[in-house]
Design a protein around this ligand. Structure first.
Ligand code: IPE
Ligand code: IPE
Ligand code: MG
Length: 256
């Protein structure tokens, strides 16, 4: 295990809560939901809620990294989110591009490796370029992978994988019988990442909303009513505490 800095607020909070620092989930995935409700509750435009959500992202990336989490996947914009009013999708794209630009230096300095899962070619050019710069600049970092799910849909991801695999079969490179679960996983946007150990959803909805539908087959789920802009280190620690109390069986039998 990588040496943790025991003086960080995250590690102090984890110890205080009695977490087992040897069993921190390696990959946490988060459905960051509730920005709109956070804003509406204050009589503010939805985009202010998204801006507030960005602040939470900054904190959570640092805290997860301090706790020794190796990969953090954040559901940032879904393929279905294009159904929202144009003002909101444009504002979100602007915010994503701005955030990518603003955070680049600190990501680089803090050992964060940025990756993107999703149909990156379907993003506005400026956003795609900022993200590509981030991916390129941080590619040698190895403290934590920040995997941003942007223009991401679980079904779109499986369709994209199927197209590549089908082309390989058509070209005679592989036979249908050679396709197994590893083949599929290797062609998902998330190839190379372990499956999420823990999936957190904020704002209380009891659904996946097309997020990592292949990869979460055996993830532990933690759904909190807390809205994403209100999600703090204490909530992250509570989610990990919940995770550490689960018995993971993967379909087998665990002797007590
Ligand atoms: C999540 O917050 C952020 C995105 C989907 C981009 P929402 O915008 O979905 O917030 P609610 O669900 O309306 O409260
Ligand atoms: C999921 O939240 C997408 C992101 C958090 C980016 P939504 O707010 O889009 O999900 P639904 O519409 O409530 O299922
Ligand atoms: Mg929502």
């Amino acid at each position: 295990m990588q040496q943790l800095d025991m003086e960080t607020p995250a590690v102090k909070a984890a110890i205080q809560a009695g977490l087992d620092l040897q069993r921190i989930p390696a990959h946490i995935a988060i459905i960051m939901d509730g920005n709109g409700r956070w804003a509406a509750g204050r009589g503010l435009p939805r985009l202010i809620g998204h801006r507030q959500g960005y602040k939470t992202v900054r904190n959570i990336v640092r805290e997860a990294s301090d706790l020794g989490v190796k990969a953090l996947t954040l559901y940032t914009f879904s393929t279905e989110n294009w159904r929202r009013p144009e003002e909101e999708t444009t504002g979100l794209m602007k915010l994503i591009g701005e955030a990518a630009r603003q955070e680049l230096r600190s990501m680089y300095q803090n050992g964060v490796r940025v990756q993107v899962s999703g149909r990156i070619n379907g993003l506005p050019t400026e956003v795609r370029e900022e993200l590509q710069r981030g991916i390129e600049t941080t590619k040698s970092n190895d403290r934590i992978i920040l995997n941003l799910a942007i223009n991401y849909g679980g079904r779109a991801e499986i369709v994209d994988a199927m197209r590549i695999i089908a082309a390989q079969v058509a070209a005679g490179e592989i036979t249908p019988e050679q396709i197994d679960e590893q083949t599929v996983a290797a062609h998902l946007y998330t190839h190379g990442l372990p499956d999420p150990d823990l999936l957190i959803r904020t704002a209380g909805e009891m659904r996946l909303s097309n997020f990592l539908i292949w990869q979460t087959a055996y993830s532990e789920l933690h759904i909190t009513p807390t809205l994403w802009p209100d999600f703090t280190l204490a909530h992250l620690v509570a989610a990990i505490d919940d995770y550490q109390k689960r018995v993971r069986k993967f379909g087998g039998v665990v002797s007590s």
